[in-house]
Design a protein around this ligand. Structure first.
Ligand code: JFZ
Length: 457
């Protein structure tokens, strides 16, 4: 596409996008939501707690990680760069059914989804005007993001978009006459860099004006994120859809932190850079329970095995109990859990993922009251149990079941009642200066976590 044609299209699209969004903006967003900044935006985030992450694209045909085989050189990659790039010519997910994904998401207890619209390889799973490296040029030919967003809208299921600022396929991002390995961080020093940021603006405008309500934009800037001028895109997002949340992976604080493949040991406070995969960075976190105004919203993203994309050779599946216990650790510190699946090349979801997701859904169907719309509990850093809280209720998630009596440390409130959440039976208890002693004799504990609801006067 010649530059002047590109610029004409760009001007036309941006004009249309801004005017369309002005109309939708007045219809959809109560003005006070805009005035309250991120409070309204984050209310839904905090209520939903548990989301489904989906990494899917042509790479799913090769049982390799998304994008990394063309970014870093590794002798054990089972695919070369040209072979990876050729995957786009054979991608044809004939069994893709968004309603099947949504049925499973709901059965698993998920309350929102985040989908990879463009990963670091630059391949677009939506019908963008600005690249031919896209799903509508594949043998499949249909706009996957449109199909998914239509299905979500029909079922009122919140859908967010993962969008990678790193883009190995754009000449503004890197010098494409050289191997990707030399420049996968991007080359902001080049004169062409500004054309890449313009490309990002155009694509984000497409995603925020053609695919309905966008719950979140989940950027994945990797390293040196300041080169993306993140505030430019946050302002764009909030011009087009003010209620859309934005994560912290484009070089700004954003609305929520994104620890990846690990769970912070304590409740995060505003001001720490909670992102990436290195838990060691957070060893100095305060153990104190923050006041709500100092609390930083956050969401752990995690795989069920070890690969974000579909990988037939990766059998390191976490058990359902491990995943439930991880979710209890996350919810008890006020976090959201974004659990990932990598669908198969034909669009279906492998049985090992389905089994675990349905087991989590069963646990959530019994204990959801202790999860959804809760925040971190008043008792933290205890052996054997965690707490979440809502209003005058504290939910004690017991991980190590005691023999006979359960001792829960006090939090300065008078206890009115104690009940086993699963069957609502009242449990005998004694309150003393140290806390509560609950008689759990005869209770059959859940193999992962058993929840006791403690209500205060
Ligand atoms: C990134 C992606 O590269 C990955 O494919 C997946 O999409 C995940 C959700 O996000 O993974 C990262 C992000 C940060 C680091 C490493 C991998 N890091 O900071 O080392």
């Amino acid at each position: 596409m010649k530059m002047d044609e590109w610029n004409i299209r760009r001007r036309r699209f941006l004009t249309a996008a801004i005017s369309a969004s002005a109309a939708s903006l007045l219809m959809r967003t109560p003005l006070n939501a805009m005035s309250r900044g991120n409070n309204m935006r984050m209310r839904n985030f905090r209520q939903r707690k548990f989301g489904m992450f989906v990494h899917w694209g042509p790479y799913s045909q090769a049982s390799v990680e998304a994008s990394w085989p063309i970014m870093v050189k590794r002798d054990d990659w089972p695919i070369t760069v040209p072979e990876y790039q050729d995957l786009a010519t054979t991608f044809n997910p004939v069994n893709f059914d968004p309603d099947e994904w949504l049925d499973l998401a709901r059965a698993a207890g998920h309350k929102y989804m985040v989908f990879t619209t463009k990963h670091h390889d630059g391949y677009c799973m939506f019908d963008t005007l600005y690249s031919d490296y896209k799903i509508t040029k594949s043998p499949y030919g249909k706009d996957i993001v449109k199909m998914l967003s239509d299905a979500c809208a029909k079922r009122d299921f919140p859908l967010g978009f993962y969008y990678s600022p790193p883009d190995m396929n754009h000449p503004g991002f890197r010098d494409m006459s050289k191997p990707t390995y030399d420049s996968w961080h991007g080359q902001p020093e080049r004169a062409e860099w500004s054309s890449y940021l313009d490309y990002m603006e155009l694509q984000l405008s497409e995603l925020l004006t053609r695919y309905g309500t966008v719950d979140t934009i989940w950027f994945d800037g990797l390293w040196g994120m300041e080169k993306y001028n993140g505030q430019r895109f946050i302002d764009l997002i909030h011009r087009l859809q003010p209620a859309t949340t934005v994560n912290n992976r484009i070089g700004t604080e954003g609305d929520y932190g994104t620890p990846e493949q690990f769970i912070p040991q304590h409740i995060p406070r505003r001001g720490i850079d909670l992102t990436g995969t290195d838990p060691k960075r957070y060893e100095s976190m305060s153990q104190e329970i923050p006041a709500i105004e100092d609390f930083m919203d956050w969401e752990v993203c995690m795989t069920i095995n070890d690969t974000w994309a579909y990988n037939v050779n990766d059998h390191k599946y976490k058990s359902a109990d491990e995943l439930i216990r991880s979710s209890v650790e996350i919810f008890s510190r006020g976090g959201n859990f974004l659990l990932n699946i990598g669908p198969r090349p034909d669009g279906t979801i492998q049985p090992e993922f389905r089994e675990r997701m349905l087991a989590m859904g069963k646990w959530m169907s019994i204990n959801g009251e202790a999860v959804y719309d809760t925040l971190y509990g008043p008792v933290q850093n205890q052996e054997g149990y965690r707490t979440t809280a809502r209003e005058n209720h504290v939910f004690v998630h017991v991980l190590d079941w005691p023999k006979g009596k359960l001792n829960v440390r006090g939090w300065g409130k008078k206890i009115a009642s104690v009940q086993l959440l699963s069957d609502k039976r009242p449990l005998p208890f004694v309150q003393n200066d140290d806390g509560i002693v609950i008689d759990v004799a005869g209770v059959k504990p859940d193999s992962a976590a058993t929840v006791i609801k403690v209500s205060t006067v």
